[in-house]
Design a binder for this molecule. Structure first.
Ligand SMILES: [Zn+2]
Length: 112
């Protein structure tokens, strides 16, 4: 899970992404994978817990890639009028990880 590199608090991807929605031409950025990841790495996020700022490159990139997929898979995941994320990204990421783990276990059992 994403954590603040300064205070170590768990961060909500929905909150992080909403900070990025303030970017000009965010709508285009969120459609292009490379563009999105590049912008995320150099974006200055603010931790809601300690108030310190940090760069997006300190966030787990595998999760950032999943977040991009989730946002694009779910139609209407972003409310562009109000600049809000409509889906619960952390819960979906957790579910995704659980399914991967389950998949791996099933495959391991199959090999025995
Ligand atoms: Zn913090």
């Amino acid at each position: 899970m994403a954590k603040c590199p300064v205070c170590g608090a768990s961060l909500d991807w929905r909150d992080l992404i909403e900070q990025m929605l303030t970017l000009e031409n965010a709508e285009d950025i969120f459609k292009d994978r490379e563009e999105f990841l590049g912008k995320l790495k150099e974006f200055t996020f603010k931790c809601p817990v300690c108030g310190e700022e940090f760069l997006g490159k300190y966030l787990p990139m595998d999760e950032a890639e999943k977040v991009f997929e989730l946002l694009n898979d779910f139609k209407g995941s972003i409310d562009w009028d109000n600049r809000k994320v409509r889906i619960r990204l952390n819960q979906l990421l957790a579910l995704d990880k659980m399914l991967e783990e389950w998949d791996r276990r099933v495959k391991n059992v199959g090999h025995k």
